[in-house]
Write a protein that binds this ligand. Sequence first.
Ligand code: PRT
Ligand code: ZN
Length: 283
Amino acid sequence: MIRIAIQAKGRLNEQSVELLREAGVNIDENKRKFLTRSADFPLEVLYLRDDDIPQAVAMGVADLGIVGFNEVEERGFEVEIAQKLGFGACRISLAIPKAEEYNSPAWFNGKRIATSYPKILARYCEQNGIRAEIHEIAGSVEIAPAVGMADAIFDIVSSGGTLVSNGLKEVEKVLFSEAVLIANPALEAEKRALLEQLMFRFEAVIDSRGLKYLVMNLPEEKVENAVAILPAMRSPTVLPLAQKGWCSLHSVVNERELWDKIEQLKKIGAEDILVLALEKIVR
Ligand code: PRT
Ligand code: ZN
């Protein structure tokens, strides 16, 4: 049995539950308690505030955790970063009122900076030789300059919309973050094996995100051109068709490039192109 701590509610909760579900670890969210057992994997889920997850894992209250890398860095507890999970992407940035002229981090000398991430900020200031006053505040950091509590902020940014609507501009991107799977560094063998099993499954789920499975009919003499367009995992699969001179070609393509590839394939004579959802890739 292994215990994983995930965010009880908030931005990472849904995607954490979804990742587990896609990895074959179902948790009945309707019967959800503080601690809930999965019906199909020897795992229990502990629901916590994200701030508390690194400590819970470092102490062994939970064996594993899913949390933003920013929280791991800020809390400073000793945990192992087992895997990057590809969601919850954001950065922690320094931002200042948009009318201010800005040339370099030296701007922050003697300034008051409001943040919920004082440790990461203190480290950045030290590394860059900046002497600023760091004001720790728990929430609504973005309004601090407007109300005169600070000259600048150091906060999480994802689209940048919150900064713009508060009259601020992002001037230094300090830490890039995404959700990570963390582990207690001293897991016993049985739990380590379960962790590896989970990581193997997560990788298959993460790898298949954004990918589509393509099937098409193609004149046989065009296979080489198609292979050049579609550098699939090893190489595309080519199967004969009943009609002489034609084949069926199967490949995997990233959704971002999908239309571009389809147009190129049509040009070399591909027909009846099917685009199918791809559920998992096990390498
Ligand atoms: O209750 P609990 O303590 O568990 O949750 P919380 O309120 O502390 O955290 P939550 O749910 O807001 O965020 C959890 C994690 O999601 C963070 O630690 C990050 O790792 C990650 N994440 C990803 C974000 C964002 N994107 C994000 N945009 N966390 C917060 N924001 C906020 C940011 O603080 C700012 O106010 O969204 C606003 C900025 O968004 P944009 O898109 O306008 O730039
Ligand atoms: Zn929090």
